[in-house]
Write a protein that binds this ligand. Structure first.
Ligand SMILES: Nc1ncnc2c1ncn2[C@@H]1O[C@H](COP(=O)(O)OP(=O)(O)O)[C@@H](O)[C@H]1O
Ligand SMILES: [Mg+2]
Length: 330
């Protein structure tokens, strides 16, 4: 019974229980006092209080808690990721770009994924962002929905509506103005023209500096070729956010910029993200950037998230810790 109550509490925290469903869940528990946990779960599913995937996720979380003998912080989980593998065939045999990667991403956090070049950071990000498919058996739940259970159109919808991306290179379209580049995610969702333009203007303005704001229309109509590196990345950030996604995947977004410009882009980006409470997964190989902007770190090495750190890594990790005084998870 205790177990079911905790399960319901977690489901409520995830925002999966409408008032109606919460009442229904309570009723099921009340009426089935002497039923086993399994039977209760079955009823909860049958009456559509929770889906099988949602129960799977919560069950796994509860199992983890009982193994650790703690109740994990009550933050809603946005990504629940278990045993993600990604292999490529090579002449020498299978190569694992990702190996048994498991982690959670909490709603509204800015999570840093650190690691050397080639460690699998971009692969992980593009799998979470539905740009790459992992090996079979990899379990990724987004808000309780299992990726593997989605059809291609559903994946495309999810990616277009809920996710935003920023890469090391801005990937702006050369023939479009800055404003039209920013409006693109809205156009892909068939937003009405006037609304596209209005929302793109508003978002892009947030990412412009005072000088640029003095000549707003001129900036809006510039083509990417007329922009500096920092300006391009700010426009790319505005584009990633214009449709107010739930999650932004940022893959070394300042990797091609000098330090000051990079910091300027990050400052504006992080301010906007916090204002909107957007979840961010930030890939960086810059520990000081992680320290400044992120609430949690993870370290990747050879396709694995590290639990234990070998000596080669220890000094780097120690440095991150000292710099930050923040939690270092895995
Ligand atoms: N399409 C592919 N075919 C074969 N190997 C790949 C492919 N994509 C990535 N890899 C390999 O996977 C590993 C991880 O790559 P990546 O995720 O880009 O690393 P990071 O972003 O940490 O630099 C690298 O060794 C890379 O060479
Ligand atoms: Mg990369």
């Amino acid at each position: 019974m205790e177990y079911i109550n905790r399960l319901i509490k977690k489901a409520a925290l995830q925002g999966w229980l409408s008032q109606e469903k919460e009442i229904l869940a309570e009723k099921i528990v009340q009426e089935s006092r002497h039923a086993s946990a399994m039977e209760l779960l079955k009823r909860i599913m049958q009456q559509n209080v929770l889906s099988e995937d949602q129960i799977d996720q919560i069950t796994a979380e509860l199992e983890e808690e009982s193994q650790l003998h703690v109740e994990l912080p009550s933050r809603p989980t946005i990504f629940y990721i278990r045993d993600v593998m990604k292999s490529y065939r090579t002449p020498e045999g299978l190569f694992y770009a990702l190996h048994e990667v498991s982690l959670q991403v909490y709603k509204g956090e800015i999570l840093a994924i650190l690691g050397f070049s080639g460690s699998g950071k971009s692969t992980l990000l593009s799998i979470l962002g539905l740009l790459t498919t992992p090996d079979q058996g990899s379990r990724i739940y987004y808000n309780g929905i299992l990726y593997e259970s989605l059809r291609q159109e559903e994946r495309d919808q999810l990616r277009k509506q809920k996710f935003g991306f920023i890469f090391q290179e801005s990937h702006l379209l050369g023939h479009l103005s800055t404003l039209e580049n920013v409006a693109l995610p809205l156009r892909l969702q068939n937003c009405a023209n006037a609304e596209c333009v209005e929302r793109a203007r508003k978002m892009l303005l947030k990412f412009m500096n005072d000088t640029e704001r003095q000549k707003t229309e001129a900036f809006f109509s510039k083509k990417p070729a007329q922009l500096s590196g920092g300006q391009k990345q700010r426009v790319a950030a505005a584009r990633a956010m214009v449709h107010e996604p739930d999650v932004i995947f940022a893959d070394e977004p300042t990797g091609s910029l000098d330090f000051d410009t990079g910091q300027n882009v990050m400052n504006i980006f992080v301010n906007t993200v916090r204002e909107k409470r957007t979840t961010v997964v930030l890939v960086t190989h810059n520990p000081s950037q992680a320290r400044h902007y992120c609430s949690r770190f993870m370290w990747m090495e050879n396709g694995k998230l590290k639990n234990r750190l070998d000596s080669a890594m220890e000094s780097t990790i120690r440095m991150v810790r000292q710099l930050s005084g923040k939690e270092f998870k895995k």
